[in-house]
Design a protein around this ligand. Structure first.
Ligand code: SF4
Ligand code: MG
Length: 324
C-alpha cells in the first residue's frame, strides 16, 4: 500500500477549549488509485491532509495518536531527514487558491524551474527547458512563449494547471489535492479534473482528492471516504456509494447535488450545521441533523459497521438506510 492513515487523532487548542479536529481516521490509497475525501468544512478532511504533509502548524495542531504509513513506514516516527525527503519529493499538494500559492513577483517558468534547481541541481538552462516541458504536459497553450509570464497573466484555470505542473515536477508517488477546482467555474472545473485524472493514471500516482462537492469527484474517484465531525462515517467504492448510500449523511449529500431531471424542485439540503468541534454531540455526532435518528443515537457511538467486504458505515441503522 502506498499510503495508510491509521487511527489518526489531531487536536487543537482554541478559545473554546480542546478541539478534536480528527478523531480516529483510517484510510488508504494505493498507486494508481484515487481516493475522494468528502465532507463539509470543519469535517477534518483538510486537517488529515495537513497531518500527512507535515504542515499542521496554523493554528497549532498536535497529532495525539495514530500512524501515517508511507510504503509501510511510519512518517511520524522515522528520522527527520527521511521524512523530509518523502514529503518533499514523493508527495505533493495542490491547493484551492493558486494565486496565493504562487509567488506573484516571479515568472511561472522560474517557479517551476526552481523545483529542478533545488531538488535536482539543474542549471538555469536545463530548468527552463524542464519548465516548458511541464507546462506542455498540463496543456498550457504556447508554453514556450509564456514561460516568462507572471501568475496574474494567466486565467484561474491555467493557474490551477500550473499548480498541477508544480506538483508533478518531481514525479511524486502521491498527490493530495485540496479542493483543487473549487475556485473555478463549472466547465473549467471539469477540464482541470480530467487533466488531473489523466496525469494520475499516466504517472500511476496515488491521488487523494479532498472536496465538499460530490458532483466534482464522481468520475475521478475509485473510492470515497465521507467525513463528518472528524470521523469517517462512510467508506465505499464510488459506484456502490452512489447507487445505495449506507449512511443518512451521505444520502443527504447525494440528494443535495443539483440534477437536471429535478430542475425547478427544491434541493434537499441537510438541515442544521456541522457541530462545533470543541463540543461534538454525544452518541452519533450526526444525530441532531439526522432525519431517522432514534433515542439510542444520542447515546451510543456507532462503530464503523462492515456493510460489505469493501464498504463500511458508521450508522446503527445502515441496513434501513441502504435498503430503500
Ligand atoms: Fe442517524 Fe442514528 Fe445512523 Fe447516526 S446512528 S446516522 S443518528 S440513524
Ligand atoms: Mg478545507
Amino acid at each position: 500500500m502506498l499510503l495508510e492513515v491509521q487511527d489518526l487523532h489531531v487536536e487543537f487548542t482554541s478559545r473554546d477549549g480542546l478541539v478534536n479536529a480528527v478523531n480516529g481516521v483510517s484510510y488508504a490509497v494505493d498507486a494508481g488509485q484515487t481516493l475522494a475525501v468528502l465532507g463539509e468544512s470543519g469535517s477534518g478532511k483538510s486537517v488529515t491532509a495537513q497531518a500527512i504533509m507535515g504542515i499542521l502548524d496554523s493554528p497549532p495542531g498536535r497529532i495525539s495518536k495514530g500512524k501515517i504509513l508511507f510504503r509501510g513506514e511510519d512518517l511520524l516516527t522515522m528520522g527527520r531527514e527521511a521524512r523530509r525527503r518523502i514529503r518533499g519529493e514523493k508527495m505533493a499538494m495542490i491547493f484551492q487558491d493558486a494565486l496565493s500559492s504562487l509567488n506573484p513577483v516571479l515568472p511561472v517558468g522560474y517557479q517551476l524551474g526552481e523545483m529542478f534547481r533545488v531538488h535536482r541541481g539543474a542549471s538555469r538552462k536545463e530548468s527552463k527547458a524542464a519548465a516548458i516541458e511541464l507546462m506542455e504536459r498540463v496543456r498550457i497553450p504556447a508554453a514556450r512563449e509564456r514561460v516568462g509570464d507572471y501568475p496574474h497573466q494567466f486565467s484561474g484555470g491555467m493557474r490551477q494547471r500550473i499548480m498541477i505542473a508544480m506538483a508533478l515536477a518531481l514525479e511524486p508517488d502521491l498527490i493530495i489535492a485540496d479542493e483543487p477546482t473549487t475556485a473555478l467555474d463549472v466547465t473549467v472545473q471539469a477540464q482541470v479534473m480530467d487533466l488531473l485524472s489523466e496525469l494520475q493514471q499516466e504517472y500511476r500516482m496515488g491521488l487523494i482528492l479532498i472536496t465538499h462537492d460530490l458532483g466534482v469527484v464522481a468520475d475521478a474517484a475509485d473510492v470515497i471516504a465521507v467525513m463528518y465531525a472528524g470521523k469517517i462515517v462512510e467508506h465505499a467504492p464510488v459506484d456502490a456509494l452512489y447507487k445505495r448510500p449506507a449512511h443518512p449523511y451521505t444520502k443527504g449529500l447525494l440528494e443535495s447535488i443539483p440534477r437536471l431531471d429535478r430542475k425547478g424542485q427544491d434541493l434537499y439540503a441537510i438541515k442544521g450545521l456541522p457541530p462545533n468541534l470543541a463540543r461534538i454531540p454525544p452518541g452519533c455526532s450526526f444525530h441532531p441533523r439526522c432525519p431517522i435518528a432514534r433515542d439510542r443515537c444520542a447515546v451510543d457511538v456507532p462503530p464503523l459497521y462492515e456493510v460489505a467486504p469493501d464498504r463500511s458505515s458508521a450508522c446503527h441503522y445502515w441496513k434501513e438506510t441502504i435498503g430503500d
